[in-house]
Design a binder for this molecule. Structure first.
Ligand SMILES: [Zn+2]
Length: 57
């Protein structure tokens, strides 16, 4: 199971092997909502945007 880095607390987040782009995960350690994205062929986690709020990019 791949372990990715949480962009909020820099802790480790376990992500299923078959997780898809755009899938959301909650990091239990800090409670952050994280979105899986693929960057340059590798999976990374970014902070998911709050629903209903548009922060731009
Ligand atoms: Zn975290």
């Amino acid at each position: 199971m791949p372990e990715l880095k949480c962009p909020v607390c820099y802790g480790t987040v376990k992500v299923p092997e078959d997780a898809l782009d755009g899938e959301l995960f909650e990091h239990e350690e800090c409670g952050a909502q994280l979105e899986l994205v693929t960057s340059n062929g590798s999976k990374v986690l970014k902070l998911a945007e709050e629903v209903g709020e548009d922060w731009g990019e």
